[in-house]
Design a protein around this ligand. Structure first.
Ligand SMILES: *Cc1c(COP(=O)(O)O)cnc(C)c1O
Length: 223
């Protein structure tokens, strides 16, 4: 079913929206099936799990890290990660920069914003983002590149609320683009939308959607 699911979802995505197949908790054979159906971008939220899958699967896969990243786990993913969606503090960005430098890489990152009503979701607010982007420390970071923003909407059936939160993330993106990244074409990504809400996210300007269960089926545990 993975192939059919992928095809169904791809058919609904307009040009310019990229599908990240969120494969967390799923076995390598499931990822291989998606790969065989043409999928090349996978999202994971645990560093060691992502490293192990990276080692087991074809080398032309682009690995996106989408979960809360602990600083002591950064080293496992820096050698190969394509995009980190979940930079939620200045400290984390600094630690990623430091590790990327050791590997002589420039690692693409998104700033994760807290846009949901739930307290539990990680992310920056605008003030924290400005502090980070205005800091001397940030100006000296040569081994990370900020490519856009990421956010997770509230887990709710209330579509108006979800839409409002995605609109908010788009406004954050537009503001940062104007104030900090106007001349930097790499700042172009808005990562928002999951299995239940990605159509709304696309309508509100998502460039990356992170879809898991709609491709791979329900997960055994929530993570
Ligand atoms: C698990 C996860 C997803 C995908 O969730 P689904 O509802 O299964 O599509 C997307 N983004 C993040 C950050 C996740 O942790």
């Amino acid at each position: 079913m993975i192939k059919e699911n992928l095809e169904k979802i791809r058919a609904t995505l307009p040009v310019g929206v990229t599908l990240v197949a969120v494969s967390k908790t799923k076995p390598v054979i499931d990822l291989q099936e998606a790969y065989d159906a043409g999928q090349r971008i996978f999202g994971e939220n645990h560093a060691l799990e992502m490293r192990d899958k990276h080692e087991a699967l074809p080398t032309d896969i682009q690995w996106h890290f989408i979960g809360h990243l602990q600083t002591n786990k950064i080293k496992y993913i820096i050698p190969f990660v394509t995009l980190i969606h979940s930079i939620d503090s200045a400290n984390l960005l600094e630690a990623v920069n430091k590790e990327a430098k050791k590997h002589d890489r420039v690692v693409d990152c998104l700033l994760q914003f807290h846009i949901a009503m739930e307290e539990t979701k990680f992310g920056l607010d605008m003030e924290e983002a400005r502090l980070l982007l205005d800091s001397e420390a940030f100006k000296e970071m040569q081994n990370v590149r900020i490519c856009g923003v990421m956010g997770m909407a509230t887990f709710t059936d209330d579509e108006d609320e979800v839409r409002k939160e995605f609109k908010h993330l788009k406004e954050i993106y537009d503001t940062l683009k104007a104030d900090y990244f106007a001349d930097l074409p790499q700042f172009k990504e808005i990562s928002m939308g999951m299995s239940d809400d990605y159509p709304i996210a696309v309508e509100e300007g998502a460039t990356l959607v992170r879809v898991g269960s709609k491709i791979f089926g329900a997960r055994n545990y929530n993570s």
